[in-house]
Design a protein around this ligand. Structure first.
Ligand SMILES: Nc1ncnc2c1ncn2[C@@H]1O[C@H](COP(=O)(O)OP(=O)(O)O)[C@@H](O)[C@H]1O
Ligand SMILES: [Mg+2]
Length: 248
């Protein structure tokens, strides 16, 4: 039975996609059978992993078990399969809204995939949406990247409030810092200041690093291409923390 791990944030541009690609790649490097489901219509995770969708079935077929299974694509790594996003994912909210099981559809579709993989990673578009709620319900662990800014922190509390409202288990949330620039005082002190307010904040942090922005140059996860770079090492530390959590 695969464990389901989602990268999620109310805020865009906080490193969800960069993180899901690198963390899923690290699991694949450990020999696990990994699926990455790219639920963001922008399709950045699919693009980074060179997994483009082949066919484009009708929008109505979205989220039907059969068409999902047909959408699986290999990536550049043998243990890493991708369910790429495509343009139709822009219609996801409407497609979901029309379903009887609107709040649990993604979980149901995932049920049909869990036998074939050890881990299923999900990249999610930002915002509080029906799709987001589906992901929050389906995931065993929801990882929230926080950039050390007040606005990013604010969205963490918005997410917590939303979970309470929707009666989704808050225990599955974990946060980590990313894009940390140690030359900036706010960034340096953020962890020490926030750990009391955000006990779910893990101590590992991903530095601000241009090598991560450059992932698009060769469409390959940083942890594959530059495994010794401090940013890749930081992702490995985060991955280890995650692995411990998943095993407990
Ligand atoms: N640790 C990092 N250091 C520098 N740039 C980063 C880092 N993580 C992500 N980025 C860049 O920031 C932008 C937003 O990241 P992305 O992962 O796409 O965010 P999200 O998926 O949350 O919208 C991208 O251009 C990405 O390359
Ligand atoms: Mg993204």
């Amino acid at each position: 039975m695969a464990q389901i791990i989602a990268l999620y944030s109310v805020k865009g541009g906080v490193g969800k996609t960069a993180s899901v690609v690198n963390l899923a790649a690290l699991s694949a490097l450990q020999g696990r059978k990994v699926l990455l489901w790219d639920l963001d219509p922008q399709g950045a995770a699919s693009w980074y992993l060179q997994a483009e969708p082949e066919s484009a079935p009708k929008t109505q077929q979205l989220l039907k078990a059969k068409s999902v299974a047909e959408g699986l694509r290999p990536s550049t790594h043998r243990n890493l399969t991708v369910l790429p996003s495509d343009q139709r994912y822009h219609d996801m909210e409407h497609v979901l809204a029309e379903k009887k099981d609107a709040g649990f559809r993604i979980a149901k579709v995932l049920d049909g995939l869990t036998e074939d993989f050890d881990e299923i990673w999900i990249d999610t578009p930002p915002g509080i949406t029906l799709l987001g709620d589906n992901v929050l319900r389906a995931a065993d662990l929801v990882l929230v990247p926080l950039v050390p800014t007040h606005l990013s922190e604010r969205t963490w509390f918005q997410l917590k409030a939303h979970l309470a409202q929707e009666k989704i288990k808050p225990g599955k949330l974990a946060a980590f810092l990313t894009m940390v620039d140690r030359r900036r005082a706010l960034h340096r002190d953020f962890f020490a200041q926030k750990i009391l307010e955000i006990p779910e904040l893990w101590p590992s942090e991903i530095p601000y690093a241009s090598i991560i922005e450059q992932m698009g140059d060769d469409q390959s996860p940083t942890v594959f291409k530059h495994p010794r770079h401090p940013a890749a090492q930081a992702y490995f530390q985060l991955w280890q923390r995650l692995d411990t959590t998943l095993k407990s």
